[in-house]
Design a protein around this ligand. Structure first.
Ligand code: FMN
Ligand code: SF4
Length: 505
């Protein structure tokens, strides 16, 4: 019986992958559910195993399956929906997948397949190394935090390792609230062992025996997969009281968020994890010194931790060899919004925005000109079409008033109303603010009102918005209020014509 792979990833299931899988089973295929390749415009994607490798068809609807099978799909025959050998797609061959090396290749909870594709090699090496050497390998790799701030992971680990404390913790930030981002979810649903392995290595490195994965409630499938994967790893002896028969301990737990963007901010996340209200607090003390329950805590993003097994397995130099300046290694970019080929693109830092959005993404889905792109989530700046040749690395983006954030790239065509987007930035902050400090709690609400006044023709409102942005930047307790002016200011600077008086509806 021919094996047909259909992704079990939430994005694929949201467009009918379960129904396609059922129709294929009725059509005589042996159906297996893989993780996502990150080729979202092709979902539901069917990959048929043939002697020449996997041949893809997509997007396939359940109604088309019977005809496709009759036309020889299970033998890999040509068809208008056939995309040929999946591994040969330029969208994949032009990537340098390291964190996502296994994306779409096998069943997410198949530990034997994980190991056969290089999994656990990093853990085995780490178990044979003195903890300080693990930390220094991560420092040497140049790995920076992928959650948004880009802080060097190895330096954070070194700080935690240096603390003399009865307990230390590893906390994985899987709150993934940035607009247009989905890489954390894809990884947890598709390659959960990689994250678990990365967290266990972090535990070995800094001397922590307990870890938590804090996952947003909007990701129920990721929560289920992570819990199931923890059971598999525990039963196999890679988690628990004697990991890899080394006598070392590492226990891992999943905790569920409750739908607050601010709980992605690390101090709010830790408060929430402790069962308290999700509010940001002033730093210092940094979590590396006083984090979960006051103990030294590594807080890292999913992608940061999931990059670690590869770094340990292949060596710090191999990772540091990719990228440029102080942006080392690869970044999983996430193409979203009005783009023809949305998907996960993992490439070394330094690729241009044009290569990502036009080369990989194929331009806008609407076919209209690109007008604006928001980089780095809802607190990130907008860029315009004249900035498409920007190199995508931390330094270049910062020099141009933009930021990488979690690698989200949201594309808008020339029908976008940038005043509405600027207003929305304030509105989002007003909704998601934790309310602890005045510049953010009150500033965001005043921002919405003042934007409405500006658009109604009140010329003085412009200066008030400028002042408000300055106040929020300088006076907010955390980056939620502090960065909200980014999208507002960039929209007003790059698209002044959209802020002319108009009738409000
Ligand atoms: C408002 C706000 C929301 C954030 N949301 C997330 C998030 O969803 N995921 C994440 O990893 N980091 C998020 N961060 C960044 C975290 O505070 C922190 O820098 C990060 O978890 C550290 O991990 P890293 O060094 O691996 O990036 C957010 C920060 C702010 C200010
Ligand atoms: S800036 Fe906003 S989210 Fe951050 S502490 Fe202040 S009120 Fe809370």
């Amino acid at each position: 019986m021919t094996t047909a792979w259909v992704s079990g990833d939430s994005a694929a299931r949201s467009v009918g992958a379960d129904e396609v899988a059922a129709a294929l089973a009725r059509g005589g295929a042996s159906v297996k559910r893989n993780s996502s390749r990150g080729l979202f415009w092709l979902e539901p994607l069917v990959e048929v195993e043939t002697p020449a490798g996997r041949v893809g068809y997509g997007p396939v609807s359940q109604d088309e399956v019977a005809a496709l099978v009759a036309d020889g799909m299970l033998e890999g025959r040509d068809h208008p929906l056939c995309i040929g050998a999946v591994d040969a797609l330029p969208y994949l061959t032009r990537q340098d997948r390291r964190t996502f090396a296994r994306a779409g290749l096998h069943e997410p909870l198949d530990l034997a397949a994980y190991e056969a594709s290089g999994g656990l090699a990093g853990m085995k090496r780490a178990l044979a190394m003195p903890p300080a050497d693990i930390v220094e390998a991560v420092v040497a790799s140049g790995l920076r935090g992928r959650g948004g701030a880009g802080f060097p992971a190895g330096i954070k680990w070194r700080t935690v390792a240096a603390q003399n404390a009865p307990a230390k913790y590893i906390v994985c930030n899987a709150d993934e609230g940035d607009s247009g981002t989905y890489a954390d979810r894809m990884l947890m649903e598709g390659d959960p062992f990689a994250l678990i392995e990365g967290m266990a290595i972090a535990g070995l490195a800094v001397g922590a025996e307990t870890g938590f994965v804090y996952i947003r409630s909007e990701y129920p499938a990721a929560i289920d997969t992570m819990r199931a994967a923890i059971r598999v790893m525990t039963n196999a002896g890679w988690l628990g009281n004697d990991i890899g028969a080394s006598g070392r301990r590492f226990h891992l737990h999943v905790r569920r968020g409750a739908g607050a963007y601010i709980c992605g901010e690390e101090t709010s996340l830790l408060a929430s994890l402790e069962g308290r209200r999700g509010e940001a607090r002033a730093k210092p003390p940094i979590p590396a010194i006083a984090g979960f329950l006051g103990a030294p805590t590594v807080v890292n993003n999913v992608l940061t931790l999931a990059a670690v097994p590869t770094i340990l397995a292949q060596g710090a130099d191999a990772y540091a060899g990719a990228g440029r300046d102080r942006s080392r290694g690869t970044q999983p970019f996430q193409l979203a919004g009005n783009v023809r080929r949305p998907g996960l693109v993992e490439v070394p830092f330094g690729i241009t925005l044009r290569e990502l959005v036009e080369g990989f993404g194929g331009g806008t889905a609407s076919g209209r000109p690109i007008r604006a792109i928001q980089l780095g989530g809802p607190l990130g700046a907008y860029v315009d079409a004249s900035m498409l040749d920007l190199a995508m690395d931390y330094e270049t983006l910062a020099a141009n008033g933009a930021m990488l954030g979690h690698g989200g790239i949201v594309v808008f065509d020339d029908t976008v109303d940038m005043a509405a987007m600027a207003r929305f930035a304030f509105e989002f902050c007003a909704i998601e603010s934790c309310g602890k400090c005045t510049p953010c709690r009150v500033g965001a609400v005043r921002g919405v009102e003042t934007m409405d006044r500006l658009l109604a023709g009140d010329g003085a409102a412009r200066h008030i918005i400028d002042d408000l942005c300055e106040l929020m930047t300088d006076g907010s307790l955390c980056a939620m209020g502090g960065l909200t002016p980014n999208p507002v200011r960039s929209a007003m600077k790059l698209f002044p014509e959209d802020f002319a008086p108009r009738s409000l509806t």
